[in-house]
Write a protein that binds this ligand. Structure first.
Ligand SMILES: *[C@@H]1O[C@H](CO)[C@@H](O)[C@H](O)[C@H]1NC(C)=O
Ligand SMILES: *[C@@H]1O[C@H](CO)[C@@H](O)[C@H](O)[C@H]1NC(C)=O
Ligand SMILES: *[C@@H]1O[C@H](CO)[C@@H](O)[C@H](O)[C@H]1NC(C)=O
Ligand SMILES: *[C@@H]1O[C@H](CO)[C@@H](O)[C@H](O)[C@H]1NC(C)=O
Ligand SMILES: *[C@@H]1O[C@H](CO)[C@@H](O)[C@H](O)[C@H]1NC(C)=O
Length: 430
């Protein structure tokens, strides 16, 4: 190699390296030996960026990475590996794109992927939370590694030994349980070492047992072992108690609990929340017990919507009706009305007894067992007509008839949300 070529190479390498983090930068540039000595073979905590100088996202990250490095100086180390010059540093980590950010915590052979926001603030929050949970883990005498993250299991802390009816949630199973849940969740975020949490434990267990018959799930998350979910809900003290309404879909729906820490205060608040946040459930009429719950055992009115058979319809059309009715139900929230739907013809005897469905589907029948009256919807199945049907029911307009003795509701299969099966040829029972 000619001297000139070598010089050009050095300059270009310097040039690229300087492009993102210069000499004055607080970001520690890591080559193979520094990485091995200062990251892997040390106790320090490191946030490391694997980057390429040409990568656009790396360039946008650079000023934030720099700010984070300044802010975290002396607390958590912030480094950068230029993968165009020090590729071998990144090779054990199967880096798939730039920038890739990893946190090297208390088990250096198991760095964690960083997937949160790319602002200095996001980075700092993450690093500090990690540092905090590592320190707390060490304090509680837990294993110093992150190897115990996998699941709630058998770690010997005060809470886990005695879960009773309390559901143990983790970073891994939180969403599967809570998001879209039919039942609301009441969740304690705790740390095993926290005194207030230990005091709460017997009350929390008692609450869990009581709430079993109230349709509220009671759970806990060890925030020191499952920092992701704790961080996501802004937990910064222990215990933190939050209510997640049924059908939970957006993190902002979680409600903080700030009341007394006894089972009775917790329970009555949770029941209030459960009732206030109850979404309109538009349920399919599947059996007699659903009918009894929504209609027989109801001091108001239940409306049963009869939707066209799936063979004569489609999933899209049926969902269109369901959405329309849900919207109307939502607008009438708070009124003494419950809503069910049934596939037209599924309850043939029942429909016939009330002369519903005679003019085709979709249709609707409104039933008040308390007043022993019913009324069949006669309009066209559009928002305007349905609205006036509903307001008529409440004001006593429209033609009510006396409820005859009704046949039992047949047990039917829940709709699977799909179109009718293509091969279905046996239409004989239609
Ligand atoms: C960076 O450091 C090198 C060697 O220490 C020096 O030659 C160069 O001038 C410095 N560059 C800047 C921008 O400070
Ligand atoms: C790694 O970087 C350090 C400090 O910048 C330097 O002293 C060392 O020679 C470098 N090692 C290699 C193998 O490039
Ligand atoms: C660190 O992580 C590795 C890889 O998951 C694991 O095999 C090892 O047991 C862990 N070390 C400790 C001390 O937990
Ligand atoms: C009725 O259907 C509901 C919902 O599928 C189910 O939970 C319940 O056990 C059923 N009741 C009977 C008596 O089949
Ligand atoms: C009817 O309501 C009462 C009181 O709300 C309740 O205890 C009972 O379980 C209900 N029965 C049915 C079938 O839903």
């Amino acid at each position: 190699m000619s001297k000139l070529l070598a010089l050009a190479l050095i300059l270009s390498l310097l040039g690229t390296a300087l492009a993102l983090y210069d000499n004055n930068s607080k970001v520690i540039k890591l080559n193979k030996s520094r990485f091995q000595n200062e990251v892997i073979n040390s106790k320090e905590l490191w946030l490391v960026e694997f980057f390429a100088p040409w990568c656009g996202h790396c360039k946008s990250l650079a000023p934030e990475w720099e700010k984070a490095a300044k802010a975290l100086e002396g607390i958590v180390k912030v480094g950068a590996v230029d993968m165009t010059t020090d590729q071998e540093v990144g090779s054990p980590y199967n880096i798939q794109g730039f920038p890739t950010i990893k946190f090297f915590g208390d088990n250096k052979s198991k760095p964690q992927d960083y997937n949160s926001g790319r602002t200095a603030n996001d980075l700092i929050n993450y690093a500090l939370n990690e540092a905090k949970s590592i320190a707390q883990r060490r304090l509680s005498g837990g294993s110093s590694s992150s190897g115990n993250r996998q699941s709630g299991g058998s770690k010997g802390n005060a809470n886990a030994d005695n879960d009773g009816d309390v559901v143990v949630l983790t970073d891994d199973n939180f969403d599967a349980n809570v998001v879209g849940s039919k039942e609301p969740w009441f969740i304690e975020f705790y740390a095993p070492w926290c005194g207030h949490c230990k005091n709460l434990q017997p009350e929390w267990n008692k609450l869990a047992t009581e709430m079993k018959t109230e349709g509220v799930k009671v759970a806990k998350v060890d925030a020191t072992v499952h920092p992701k979910v704790a961080q996501r809900f802004g937990v910064n003290g222990y215990p933190t108690i939050k209510f997640f309404p049924a059908g939970f879909s957006s993190d902002s729906e979680a409600v903080d609990y700030n009341g007394g820490r006894d089972a009775s205060s917790l329970g009555s608040w949770a029941k209030e929340q459960r009732d206030a946040k109850k979404p309109i459930m538009f349920t399919q009429l599947l059996n007699q017990s659903i009918y009894d719950e929504y209609c027989t055992n109801n001091s108001g009115v239940c409306i049963i919507f009869l939707l066209p058979h799936i063979y004569d319809s489609s999933a899209a059309q049926r969902n269109g009706y369901i959405n329309l009715i849900t919207e109307i139900a939502q607008a009438n929230k708070g009124r003494p009305i419950t809503y069910l739907w049934s596939q037209g013809g599924d309850q043939y005897d029942f429909e016939e007894k009330l002369n519903a469905g005679g003019s085709g589907y979709p249709s609707a029948m409104a039933i008040s067992h308390k007043k022993n009256l019913y009324q069949i919807f006669k309009g066209s199945f559009k928002k305007k007509d349905l609205d006036s049907f509903i307001s008529g029911l409440l004001t006593g307009r429209g033609s009510f008839s006396t409820l005859p003795t009704l046949p039992k509701i047949k047990k039917v299969k829940e709709w699977d949300g799909q179109d009718a099966e293509q091969q279905q040829t046996d239409n004989s029972d239609l």
